[in-house]
Design a protein around this ligand. Structure first.
Ligand SMILES: Cc1ncc(COP(=O)(O)O)c(C=O)c1O
Length: 396
């Protein structure tokens, strides 16, 4: 069968693929220590579920406006004002089926063939592919572990061209956990100020902070807010990954364009999910505090455990729920007579021979690293660390 050319530009999501492999092994009864998933292991808070159930019972089961119900768009505007000191009107907000969908709509609405989008590596795996799918060109800028994976604003300045349409910022970052400081954000703002491009701020991990403060670039550079798009969603802060609810707030013409793409593809996000999101945004925040307290303890356990392993070094993530250990020394060693060589092979060996699921760094644009999420119990973290220790002992 002949399929569209555009499929050739992209690849399956490596995170979803690895998770599927790990789940298939677990289904066969293999006891996997899983660090690959990017979703909280907490259940969705009860009051959010109740709101959606009430709404189902009340028959709120029909199409809604494509952009989301007015009540939700108003709640999002109130949230952006309250938590982020950013002022948006409801007609500047589009609610979609996850932040991933928001970003997809965004690039579809923004990019022409060959338009460039600056992406900071290590990056979330889907950014380059979503840009490619829209006919754009991802322009990758490396960051360095010794700089805490914060970008050098000068490198961004050098990468800007007349074709640059957007720069993506993701702080706290998936996969590095880096949180961009006020100074770095000011540097990025200064770099892009003279250039007519959008700033896409993917704030999905904003509530999961361990050190420092969360800042959106709009807070340090209010003059850039007219060309800022804030992307956020319910998945990570409210343990609502399966509900699929995200949103974008930004310049009206862009949001209108994204709305049109959504109109002609998926229409509105699920009606009762929208009511659940209203409850989440207006409700108590103690469930987030509970999650962050537990994640902080796990962060300590996993970082100290990784640093105790020979050939592994790991910085403390300032936010999100991932560690990004440096395993370059392990790649130089051999397993069963063959050089390990790549983070992909290391991940394969760990899954197949040691029953540990970790993401290789390469698909995140950083070979020599692994991405491990700590959204799993302390027992599993300890078990996984012990198994990685067994692998290291088996290397020559
Ligand atoms: C950086 C980042 N942005 C966006 C998303 C998408 O989140 P969702 O589509 O579940 O809202 C993810 C999910 O892993 C992510 O890590």
């Amino acid at each position: 069968m002949q399929l569209a050319q555009r499929l050739k530009a992209i690849k399956p999501s490596p995170t979803l693929a690895l998770n599927a492999r790990a789940k298939a092994l677990a289904a066969k009864g293999v006891d996997i220590a899983g660090f690959a998933a990017g979703e909280p292991d907490f259940d969705t808070p009860e009051f959010i579920k109740e709101a959606a159930i009430d709404c189902l019972r009340a028959g709120f089961t029909k199409y809604t406006p494509t952009a989301g119900i007015p009540e939700l768009r108003e709640a999002i505007c109130a949230k952006l004002q309250r938590d982020n000191q950013l002022t948006y009107a409801p007609d500047q907000v589009l609610v979609s089926v996850g932040a991933k969908h928001s970003l997809y709509n965004l690039f579809q609405a923004l990019l022409n063939e060959g338009d460039e989008v600056i992406i900071l590596a290590p990056y979330w795996v889907s950014y380059p592919d979503m840009v490619l799918l829209a006919g754009g060109k991802p322009v990758i800028i490396e960051t360095r572990e010794e700089d805490g994976f914060a970008p050098d604003p000068e490198a961004i300045r050098r990468a800007l061209t007349p074709r640059t349409r957007a720069v993506i910022i993701n702080s706290p970052s998936n996969p590095s956990g880096a949180v961009l400081s006020r100074a770095v954000l000011e540097g990025i703002a200064a770099a892009v100020r003279g250039h007519d491009c959008l700033i896409v701020s993917d704030d999905i991990y904003e509530k999961l902070m361990y050190e420092g403060e969360f800042l959106n670039i709009g807070n340090v550079a209010p003059d850039l807010v007219p060309r800022l798009v804030v992307v956020n969603g319910m998945s990570k802060s409210y343990s609502m990954t399966g509900w699929r609810l995200g949103y974008a707030a930004g310049p009206k013409p862009l949001i209108a364009g994204m709305n049109m793409i959504q109109d002609q593809s998926t229409s509105n996000p699920t009606s009762m999910v929208q009511k659940g999101a209203v409850a989440a945004l207006k409700g108590p925040t103690d469930t987030i505090t509970t999650m962050v307290t537990e994640y902080r303890a796990r962060r300590e356990l996993i970082v100290s455990g990784l640093n105790a392993l020979q050939g592994v070094s790991c910085r403390y993530p300032d936010g999100a729920f991932y560690v990004f250990p440096n395993v370059k020394a392990l790649l130089e060693r051999s397993y069963k007579g063959q050089k390990v060589g790549s983070s992909q092979r290391l991940s394969d060996i760990l899954l197949e021979d040691f029953r540990v699921a970790v993401m290789p760094g390469a698909p995140f644009g950083a070979e020599g690293y692994l991405r491990m999420s700590f959204v799993t119990s302390r027992e599993v973290i300890q078990k996984g660390l012990a198994r990685i220790g067994e692998l290291i002992a088996a290397l020559s």
